[in-house]
Ligand binder design. Structure first.
Ligand code: PMT
Length: 221
């Protein structure tokens, strides 16, 4: 196959996990390492695409030839998506975006009194960024979401495909530590709004990235 078969395609990838600050020293986040999103960025670049990688709190080396944009919070990520999505042909939303953030960010470190046995945090919802961009999609733009699930995998992924108006959902079973967050391997089910569905074997995230790109490539021939 032609190694440069994504030449001319502008690919925007999100990777890592957002951090939602509680106070100057604490945050809420998740276990995403960014490995899956970075593997996609490396693979898309190797296939000749013009790749921008929005990276949320990832410590991995930047893949060569990839434009890197660092973000911290879901709100930072939202702002970058609004700027970059209009110039994108294919969006791959591999980042684990916090669904909620603390309703207030305390300006000073939250103190514990000796008698305190509980602390209640009030959270408010972050917007659904994938849904927001998918709603702004123009003809020719492809929007690919990911789903990190621990139960009722297929049903939950199918619901996200519809609710978030994505063209594809890449379903990840994050209940299995061999293939989920921070693992070097993965196994995904690629589900298309067009009825396409395929499950990959367990392979390196680099190999999974190649499979995802091969499926997507077929939609724009
Ligand atoms: O980074 P690794 O350690 O390699 O792990 C890879 C991974 C498991 C993080 C990745 O493959 C994965 O599954 N990413 C999606 C994580 C996630 O947030 O899934 P979700 O099911 O909560 O969200 C569904 C989709 O909506 C995702 O594309 C997410 O980016 C997006 N979303 C979610 C919430 C929100 N407020 N806005 C969003 O856009």
């Amino acid at each position: 196959t032609n190694k440069q078969d994504w030449q001319g395609k502008r690919v925007l990838i999100t990777a890592g996990g957002t951090r939602e600050d509680l106070d100057p020293v604490r945050y809420l986040s998740n276990r995403s390492s960014g490995k899956m999103g970075y593997a996609l960025a490396r693979a898309a670049r190797a296939h000749g695409a013009e790749v921008t990688l929005i990276s949320a709190n990832v410590t991995l080396p930047t893949p060569p030839g990839v434009q890197l944009v660092r973000v911290r919070t879901a709100q930072d990520l939202a702002a970058q998506l609004q700027t970059l999505f209009p110039q994108t042909d294919v969006l791959l939303m591999a980042a684990a975006v916090s669904d909620f953030r603390p309703a207030q960010v305390a300006p000073q470190k939250i103190k514990k009194a000796a008698e305190d046995a509980h602390l209640t945090l009030e959270l408010e919802a972050n917007p659904d960024l994938l849904k927001l961009v998918a709603t702004q999609k123009k003809p020719g733009q492809l929007v690919v979401g990911f789903a990190a699930e621990t139960q009722d995998l297929k049903q939950n992924a199918a619901r996200k495909l519809v609710n978030k108006k994505a063209d594809f959902i890449i379903l990840n079973d994050v209940g299995n530590p061999q293939i989920g967050f921070n693992a070097d391997d993965n196994q995904v089910t690629i589900i298309g709004a067009n009825g396409f569905e395929t499950q990959t074997p367990v392979e390196s995230k680099a190999a999974i990235a190649e499979r995802i790109l091969a499926v997507l490539k077929k939609t724009f021939n």
